[in-house]
Design a protein around this ligand. Structure first.
Ligand code: ADP
Ligand code: MG
Length: 347
């Protein structure tokens, strides 16, 4: 629905070459021709542009990898790892290296964000209808009873074996696309592609710089007018990942709006003062986990996180229509909205 339209419209005005979570590489100026591929997967329109190297092969390999990750990570496909874990009735399940890596990251980020990121929210998300589009507002008692089984620290993982308590179910939707971006970039590099950019719904990830050596320009959507852009940032070799309340939501007859990022404390849509959070960093998986978690935590929690880990940059939009961005992107940030924008003060 809304999400897909917004997602597809995301502006990518540059290309980057990123090595996902690993080291940078030099951009070859030899081959400037670009190849492009559209893929629909994970409920999202994805577009990949690749420059140089064996771009055609790289794109085909990336498409295969995306479909493989979708098969492993989908919460609704009966052959996925996540399905097996969710239907394991408390027994240990062997999962792929990808799934194991994401589950480990989800637990680590759950801890780092005081439980704001909680992959065991899935039964609550189902109750709201966010998994099917058959939306409804659950009653308080139902939410309270479902929340008894929500606690990411009950997920145990040892090697590739994941064990959940009987009533607990997981969903990796808050991290899957970020990891997919990293893996696409790996595929590009393996096939000699020197510069590439991928749009996965509201997420953008770049490998290196544009083939002409300049930075990529990436637009971030205006959460108050999601068919328009709010700001442009210039990046190279980075992921730019946004969680916003406009990405998936429904409105009830009384005019209340409910969105798809839930607060694990009460099971209701997180409403802690932010309408969108963009995280910019080297690793798509980390940025995706954080964008969801910091949306839940709100402005103060997000700023506190930035203080503890300044290796990320943030763009926060508050519900009173102000933009706050971190000092690390001050030189590359252009506000094209009418909203006030200021640098986040860390002292
Ligand atoms: P999107 O995938 O829509 O671009 P996010 O990365 O923010 O955006 O992920 C949101 C998805 O994560 C939701 O659709 C839901 O499946 C799941 N989710 C919602 N709230 C939480 C939460 N607090 N912790 C972990 N996962 C969540
Ligand atoms: Mg996320």
């Amino acid at each position: 629905m809304v999400k897909k339209v917004f997602a597809f419209a995301l502006l990518i005005s540059g290309l980057i070459f990123s090595s996902g979570c690993s080291e940078e590489k030099a951009v070859s100026e030899a081959d400037m021709s670009s190849k492009s591929r559209d893929v629909f997967a994970m409920d999202t329109f994805m577009n990949i542009k690749a420059y140089g190297g064996n771009a055609d092969i790289a794109l085909s390999e990336a498409e295969k990898r995306i479909l493989q990750l979708e098969d492993e990570l989908s919460v609704t496909s009966e052959t996925s790892d996540v399905w097996a874990v969710d239907h394991s009735s408390g027994t240990a399940v062997d999962v792929s290296d990808d799934t194991a890596l994401i589950v480990n990251k989800a637990i680590e980020m759950g801890k780092k964000t005081n439980g704001a990121l909680d992959i065991t929210l899935y039964p609550v998300l189902k109750e709201w209808g966010f998994t099917t589009g058959e939306y409804k507002v659950p009653d308080d008692n139902t939410l309270k009873s479902l929340l008894k089984n929500v606690d990411y620290s009950k997920v145990s993982i040892s090697g590739n074996k994941v064990t959940l308590p009987k009533e607990t179910e997981i969903d990796l939707g808050a991290l899957a696309k970020g990891y997919t971006g990293d893996e696409i970039m790996k595929t590009m590099e393996e096939n000699g592609v020197s510069s590439a950019i991928v749009s996965l719904g509201g997420n953008v990830q770049a490998l290196g710089k544009k083939p002409d050596g300049s930075n990529w320009k990436v637009a971030v959507r205006n959460p108050f007018a999601p068919d328009t852009d709010m700001c442009i940032i210039e990046i190279d070799d980075k992921a730019v990942i946004t969680s916003g309340n406009y990405e998936r939501y429904f409105t009830t007859d009384d005019g209340n709006v409910y969105w798809h990022i839930l607060d694990p404390d009460d099971g209701y849509p997180a409403d802690n003062g932010l309408v969108s959070v963009t995280v910019i960093g080297d690793c798509g998986l980390d940025c995706d986990a954080l964008s969801t978690a910091l949306f839940v935590e709100g402005y103060d929690g997000a700023v506190e996180f930035l203080r503890s880990d300044p290796s990320f940059d943030l763009i926060l939009v508050t519900d009173d229509m102000k933009i706050f961005y971190s000092g690390g992107i001050a030189d590359s940030f252009t506000n094209i909205s009418g909203m006030e924008a200021e640098v986040i003060a860390l002292d």
